[in-house]
Design a protein around this ligand. Structure first.
Ligand code: ME8
Length: 515
């Protein structure tokens, strides 16, 4: 472990239904970033989890004839199982019902109160139960029947209750100053612009407690109130680092390097969350990155439309690595993308089975058949050899740059560009012809190809962990060689090393009826 730390979180997911493809997408993409940073020598803390309080959960539980507690105890493990099924390397799966979280949120509240930012008043406004948010009159659309809809399309109702308020209005200048002095705080840029103009329009104080239901964290000193679910939810990020215990060994991870969240909750993370932290006197996260939405052939997924795609079914149908690759390669990170069977099959067969799978299979079988299954002894390198090797050697730096901007799709495109180039190299060198005409040259070509595959294998680990590990096994790369620092000239494969028998790493996807 290096001494450079990296703390990355996903949003904590509402377990008021089964996980959907959006949850899977967020988890997998955050996992790839976490794995990439580990590969690059960072001491990484990766946290995901479930957001279990609030009216919506309570209502769903009641509808299911059970208690909120029993309901979340049944659903949270399904989210955890999904993270495990998708090979996500989380270090903690936090639940907002965890006892240490209660202690943490209540302490954050006390600190905000001690700073003079919390006061008791009355709240009256248009509330969407489904969004767990109040909306301004001006944001609503009036329906022909006189009812009103939130901008998200959900119904709102008029609610009046005694409520604690957070003095958000006092933070406008400090927030604008933050966006200005730390331009990378909000990514991608489109999201940043939206937030800056939202905050410029002025901020109202925020109602942060509820008395109309009790499934939440009690307000310290006034347990008639439970905390507004977003105060509770956002605080999970510091709970994970041991807050309020600054002597906890995980506290070294705070402030977070990045919160990975979806575009719909950027406002909560870049307006409310930094204001709460400023009020409590805690350091702010370095970056909040809002990824896009995955749509089902262009349509937003929703339970009412019936097009929610079960991530467990997708993993069974296509394979975990295949699904992960599709998510990260197909959709430019930060933008929206759409899902369809055709596109995913095309990606699996073209990029994985053909480009990488075949190249590995062909070159490694030639080594097995003609070179006693040992890493070949290269002769003098030609211009073509040096060109492809230098492209492979440049991958760590290129990937660091792309991943530094959370351009996961670019990192993958760069890796697969080297795979494509290696295929062209292999085809033009014709090692199968050299076998008869110039076996020494064949050995060099196979050596160079194996070296490129080694670089690709290491670089692909964060994205397709199982298949990449298989490829590195086939190349007899030791565990300590599976890091970015070992890619390149100083650490080439040692000629003569015995290799295991080649085996396919990416099978073609065959339609079940054809199989
Ligand atoms: O918002 N495509 O939970 P959530 C991609 N509990 N991402 C999607 C998506 C889609 N179709 N639909 C949702 C919450 N997401 C809160 C978060 S954090 C302190 C509290 C993303 O279960 C969404 O943007 O509704 C969010 O980042 C995450 O999935 C969880 O959504």
């Amino acid at each position: 472990m290096g001494d450079k730390t990296f703390y990355i979180t996903t949003a904590i997911h509402y377990p008021n239904g089964r996980p959907h493809i959006g949850h899977a997408y967020e988890m997998v993409s955050a996992d790839a970033i976490a794995r990439f940073k580990r590969l690059d020598g960072y001491d990484v803390f990766f946290m995901t989890g479930t957001d279990e309080h609030g009216l919506k959960i309570q209502q769903t539980a009641t509808k299911n004839g059970t208690t909120a507690r029993a309901y979340v105890d049944e659903m949270a493990p399904v989210f955890r199982a999904m993270a495990e099924r998708l090979d996500c390397s989380f270090d903690r799966f936090i639940r907002t019902t965890d006892p240490d979280h209660y202690a943490s949120v209540q302490e954050l509240w006390r600190r905000m109160e001690a700073n003079g930012d919390i006061y008791l008043s009355k709240y009256a406004g248009w509330y969407s139960v489904r969004d767990e948010a109040y909306y301004d009159e001006g944001e609503l659309t009036l329906q022909p029947d006189g009812s009103r809809l939130a901008p998200t399309g959900t119904p709102v109702e008029w609610v009046e209750e005694e409520s604690y308020f957070f003095r958000l209005s006092a933070y406008q200048d400090r927030l604008l100053q933050l966006y200005d002095s730390q331009p990378s705080f909000i990514g991608p840029d489109t999201r940043r612009n939206e937030i800056v103009s939202f905050v410029r329009r002025g901020l109202e104080d925020l109602s942060i407690s509820r008395t109309t239901f009790d499934w939440g964290v009690p307000v310290p000193g006034n347990p008639k109130h439970v905390m507004y679910v977003w105060v509770d939810a956002l605080t999970n990020y510091v709970t994970g680092c041991g807050f309020p215990d600054a002597s906890d060994r995980r506290w070294r991870f705070w402030p977070a390097d990045v919160h990975i969240i979806g575009k719909d909750i950027v406002r909560f993370h870049t307006v409310y969350w930094p204001a709460f932290l400023m009020s409590a006197g805690l350091p702010l996260p370095k970056r909040v990155f809002g990824h896009g939405f995955l749509l089902n052939k262009g349509e937003k997924m929703s339970k009412s439309v019936g097009n929610v795609v079960d991530p467990f079914d997708l993993a069974d149908a296509y394979g975990v690595d295949q699904l992960r690759y599709f998510f990260m390669r197909e959709v430019p990170y930060g933008g929206d993308g759409s899902y369809s069977h055709e596109v995913i099959v095309n990606r699996i067969n073209a990029d994985l089975a053909n480009d990488l799978g075949n190249l590995a299979q062909r070159s490694l079988s030639m080594i097995a058949k003609n070179l006693e299954g040992r890493v070949p002894e290269p002769g003098e390198l030609t211009e073509a050899d040096r060109a492809i090797l230098s492209q492979a050697d440049a991958l760590p730096e290129r990937a660091r740059r792309a991943m530094g901007d959370y351009a996961l799709h670019t990192a993958l495109a760069d890796i697969w560009a080297v795979v494509a180039e290696a295929n062209r190299y292999f085809a033009s060198q014709e090692p199968w012809t050299l076998r008869k005409t110039d076996p020494a040259r064949m050995a060099t070509v196979l050596y160079v190809t194996a070296e490129v595959l080694r670089a690709v294998g290491v670089l692909a680990l964060p994205f397709v962990p199982t298949a990449a590990a298989k490829l590195l096994n086939l190349l007899a790369v030791a565990p300590d060689g599976r890091v970015l620092a070992r890619v390149g000239e100083g650490h080439r494969l040692a000629p003569g090393t015995p290799l295991p028998a080649p085996a396919p790493i990416f099978p073609r996807y065959v339609e079940p009826e054809e199989a």
